[in-house]
Design a protein around this ligand. Structure first.
Ligand SMILES: Cc1cc2nc3c(=O)[nH]c(=O)nc-3n(C[C@H](O)[C@H](O)[C@H](O)COP(=O)(O)O)c2cc1C
Length: 254
């Protein structure tokens, strides 16, 4: 398989780059791996008269790869400007637009990607503040808009006051490298998400209805499990239909 890593950091050999190296180092010898340090390129928007040579060069590498690793540190609570500038300039190469300005997947549809970022703050602080959320949201907006399939995400937290990647995070990168090695995935986890949704509804309904039965005795005697099972199934079908409508059908229409 061919892997292309895009590094959008200020630092060629910084901590974020260290995590990216750990992922690519864990790929098998047979893998064809290339890393593009975006700052090496003079990236600017294409015009009608002339396309940007740097974008041509990077896009050729993207087209030739099966798997993209998007690695951008979080700056000021969002994606680094280097990566943002690249994505902005790539917009019309990544997606198609129709007459009413719908954004449709382009020629990279069904390739796969892994998102990576880093931040100064600790994992606990990041859990509470979600400082890296916006970086991932932007990556996903661009790449899922282009029709790519997400495989996972990695955050290298706690970069403040150190010059080196953390060993436990490096181990996590190694696991990612192994996970993405030679495993082209055919689906986009939709089935897994719907199964998870069913389990969540079943557990929450059991807790809610169990408390209702215990505290208020609201269910007919001997009918608790039938009431519970029918509630879970009906609620799941309705909720899944609404979600399906808003996530797939509605998007396609507008
Ligand atoms: C300009 C700039 C802005 C940053 N903004 C944030 C931030 O808002 N929150 C945060 O937790 N880390 C922030 N960081 C830390 C980076 O996300 C990154 O973890 C750190 O620079 C180490 O990665 P590097 O060695 O690749 O530069 C910032 C770093 C830079 C250089």
């Amino acid at each position: 398989m061919r892997y292309l890593a895009l590094l959008g950091s200020h630092e060629r050999h910084g901590i974020t780059a260290g995590y990216l190296d750990a992922v690519t180092a864990a790929l098998p010898d047979s893998a064809n791996v290339e890393t593009v340090f975006l700052r090496d390129y003079d990236i600017y928007p294409d015009t009608k008269e002339q396309s940007c040579p740097a974008l041509d060069e990077i896009e050729a590498k993207m087209a030739a790869s099966d798997f993209w690793i998007i690695c951008a540190p979080t700056y000021w609570g969002g994606m680094s400007g280097v990566m943002k500038q690249f994505f902005d300039c790539m917009r019309f190469r990544l997606v198609r637009m129709n007459s009413v300005a719908d954004t449709l997947p382009g020629k990279y549809k069904d390739k796969h990607y892994l998102s990576m970022t880093s931040c100064f703050i600790s994992s606990t602080e990041n859990l509470a503040t979600g400082i890296t959320d916006q970086t991932f949201v932007t990556i996903d907006r661009v790449l899922t808009g282009a029709g790519l399939i997400k495989v996972g995400e990695f955050v290298g937290t706690g970069t403040w006051g150190t010059k080196k990647p953390r060993p436990e995070k490096l181990a996590e990168c190694t696991r990612w490298g192994k996970k993405i090695a030679n495993r082209p995935r055919k689906d986009d986890n939709t089935l897994k998400r719907y199964i998870l949704l069913f389990i969540m509804i079943a557990v929450m309904a059991l807790i809610t209805m169990g408390l209702q039965a215990w505290w208020f005795g609201v269910f007919a005697a001997g009918k608790f499990w039938l009431t519970y099972a029918t509630f879970v199934v009906i609620f799941y079908v309705l909720l899944a239909s609404i979600l399906h409508f808003f996530t797939f059908v509605r998007h396609r229409r507008r």
